[in-house]
Design a protein around this ligand. Structure first.
Ligand code: TRP
Length: 385
């Protein structure tokens, strides 16, 4: 086997990621044109334009969804800091699917995982858990069909299942899948995430579920699917849609990170900040001088302002094609492309921020999104009390 010069695990993403090779390594499939076509009409840029590019059992999920069966989406968040635009797009995809199909959406918050993985104290993680939950609520899910669970706060329902699954995971599997975990918390955590992925079926019985997630998280899905198959639980293996990493402003194709100093676009950024960051930091595919740009044109494929528009912020297919053409021909200048992108990003963020400002108190909102007593009972069944 040849040595790849990149690493992708849930806890480390390094080097120049070869996305197709990652699918091969993980044993996942490419998302086909034919599968993209089976998504609801109108489609979604995240699917149509390929930031979601891989998957597992996508066909089975689409078939169920298109036969009007009840389906569920699971997409979670490890809360260790403020959310940036790269963190939120799977949630917007989940919202779109919920609007189009009435899907249930399950949103687990892995505060335990982040505590194990990061050099932060517990209070800090709890702070971010609350903040992040408010951002996620601002996406605009239907609370009737959406549940948010927090690993430590909902341990009454999570732990019994995690314990059952943990017994099926050997240390050597975990070591081989994640690289030697730093502490026993991280050794155990895969059983917790397996619980997340099966929650909808443990509550509502066997049905098709989909996990839209960045490709580095696929190992969690793989182990969960193994466990689901091994045990005699009446569940389907969760399906998954795997995404590339959202473009970073500096544009090297790695994971957009809020933990290092590289500038990123936060959900809380105002219009001016967005414009500033994009003008200053977004990697440009344009030429260095105006004359050269007019003559030679720019390269949208490496231009971060264009990538932002392409993957998420410009829904109009014709407009996005026109921008690419005008940029290539040199008619559209880098500064103007950046301004256009900044406006689209800021419009989107303002709508998000307005929904956030209109939320009720954390406690009131959380009541709407918490598991009901009936759902809790489904999960705890015949436990002692
Ligand atoms: N582990 C994920 C992360 O670090 C967060 C997460 C927890 C998640 N549970 C999940 C994502 C279930 C998708 C589905 O980002």
């Amino acid at each position: 086997m040849t040595q790849d010069d990149f690493t992708v695990t849930p806890y480390a993403v390094r080097g120049d990621v070869d996305y197709d090779r990652v699918l091969e390594q993980f044993g996942a499939d490419e998302l086909s044109e034919q599968q993209r076509d089976q998504f609801p009409d109108p489609g979604h840029p995240l699917v149509d334009r390929g930031i979601f590019y891989g998957g597992r059992d996508v066909e089975e999920f689409l078939d169920a969804m298109n036969s009007d069966e009840q389906v569920s989406i699971v997409t979670g968040r490890g809360p260790s800091g403020p959310m940036h635009v790269g963190h939120v797009f799977p949630f917007y995809l989940a919202k779109y699917l919920q609007e189009q199909t009435g899907a249930y959406v399950y949103i687990p918050m892995s505060d335990d995982e982040k505590y194990f993985a990061k050099d932060q104290d517990f209070e800090d993680i709890q702070h971010w858990t609350r903040q992040n939950i408010r951002e996620i609520m601002a996406v605009g899910f239907d609370p009737e069909r959406t549940r948010i669970v927090v690993d430590t706060a909902d341990s009454d329902v999570i732990y019994p299942w995690a314990a059952k699954f943990a017994k099926r995971y050997t240390q050597s599997t975990v070591d081989a899948t994640y690289g030697d975990p730093e502490n026993i918390g991280l050794s155990f955590y895969p059983a917790v995430q397996a619980t997340h992925l099966l929650l909808p079926q443990l509550i509502h019985g066997r049905h098709r579920t989909m996990v839209p997630i960045a490709v580095d998280q696929d190992p969690h899905i793989r182990l969960c699917r193994d466990v689901a198959a091994k045990e005699d639980y009446d569940v389907y293996k969760p399906s998954a849609m795997l995404s590339r990493f959202f473009p970073q402003l500096k544009g090297d194709g790695g994971k957009m990170s809020s933990s290092d100093d590289a500038p990123t676009l936060f959900l809380s950024d105002d219009r001016e900040t967005v414009r500033d960051k994009i003008q200053k930091y977004a990697f440009s595919g344009g030429q260095t001088s105006l004359d050269e740009h007019r003559e030679l044109g720019g390269d949208p494929d490496v231009d971060v302002a264009y990538q932002l528009l392409y993957y998420f912020f410009e829904e109009d297919d014709e407009k996005v094609a026109e921008l690419a053409d005008d940029y290539r021909s040199g008619d559209l200048l880098t500064g103007d492309l950046k301004n256009y992108a900044a406006d689209k990003v800021a419009d989107f963020l303002e709508a998000h921020q307005e929904r956030k400002a209109n939320l009720d108190s954390f406690e009131t909102e959380m009541e709407r999104y918490s598991l009901t007593d009936e759902e809790r009972e489904k999960l705890t069944g015949d436990l002692l009390y």
